[in-house]
Write a protein that binds this ligand. Structure first.
Ligand code: GLP
Length: 264
């Protein structure tokens, strides 16, 4: 695992965008796993800026989103379809035919639509880079605590903590979704490279458990310890409970000297 520590959240977003843009330059038909949440807004803003400056071209990029609420139409302002359209897709040149998102419309056979999503990822040759945020309870995607570390794309019931975190986005009295379709932890672990971003003190405990705690289904992100190419990008508050911060700084200095490609 590479742990990149930065003072400001803005530096995290910029570095993640740069890592993605340089991967696209190397492989224009990159398959990109995308995430939602407030942490991702800054990454998408930077990617849009790079696109507008002519530094990155998404015309051949294929995207797969991690998750979607169950029961919200794509036009609902809190659906992840809407989020992705607003923050990213309408502002860059990803081709609509190359965009894939789990179907949260709530119609039909969930098992079948989840299996089709997995099949579409395989047909695209697998995910090259998967972007991840993290929930306060350590979830990645919507893999709530106790999710199987081998889980695949499926319907998932949201935890109380996640429902509480989400309720602030919905109008008073409006019912927020109780379930979601999410890539599984096993699905995520098959991505060739993973970038997990976290900012703010509210994520510090989840980050410390994920990086330095035991691998356990109680903290879904701890499963990333099993992946050979994971980069955590953290601002100071999110990194504040890590015991080995000095070591990560030293690794970063040596990485910049010996394998700078891993940082840009
Ligand atoms: C939701 C998403 C996660 C995301 C998390 C964190 O739960 N399913 O993929 O990581 O939100 O969101 P934020 O970045 O807003 O803290």
């Amino acid at each position: 695992m590479l742990v990149i520590l930065k003072r400001e959240a803005g530096e995290i977003y910029e570095q993640a965008a740069q890592l993605i843009a340089s991967a696209i330059k190397k492989k224009p038909e990159l398959t990109l796993g995308l995430a939602t949440g407030s942490t991702m807004v800054g990454v998408y803003d930077h990617l849009v800026r790079l696109y507008q400056a002519g530094s990155v071209d998404f015309s051949q990029v294929v995207t797969f989103n991690l998750d979607e609420y169950l029961g919200l139409p794509a036009s609902h302002p809190h659906s992840f379809h809407y989020f992705m359209h607003e923050h990213f897709f309408r502002r860059v040149n990803v081709q609509p035919r190359n965009i894939h998102m789990p179907d949260g419309s709530g119609r039909g056979n969930y098992d079948q639509s989840c299996a089709s999503y997995e099949q579409a990822i395989r047909a695209a040759g697998g995910i090259d880079i998967q972007l991840l945020g993290i929930g306060r309870n350590g979830h990645i995607g919507f893999n709530e605590p106790t999710s199987s570390l081998a889980s695949r794309t499926r319907l998932k019931v949201l935890s109380r903590e996640t429902l509480d975190d989400n309720s602030k986005f919905f109008a008073p009295g409006e019912e927020s979704p109780r379930c979601a379709i999410t890539m599984g932890i096993g699905t995520i672990l098959e991505a060739r490279k993973i970038l997990l971003l976290a900012t703010g003190a509210a994520k510090a405990a989840a980050i410390a458990k994920s990086i330095e705690g035991p691998v356990a289904s109680a903290v879904s992100a701890s499963a990333l310890q099993l992946h050979p190419d994971v980069t955590f990008l953290l601002d100071e508050p999110a990194a504040s409970q890590l015991a080995q911060r000095d070591y990560y700084h030293r690794v970063l200095e040596m990485t910049a000297l010996l394998t700078p490609d891993r940082l840009a």
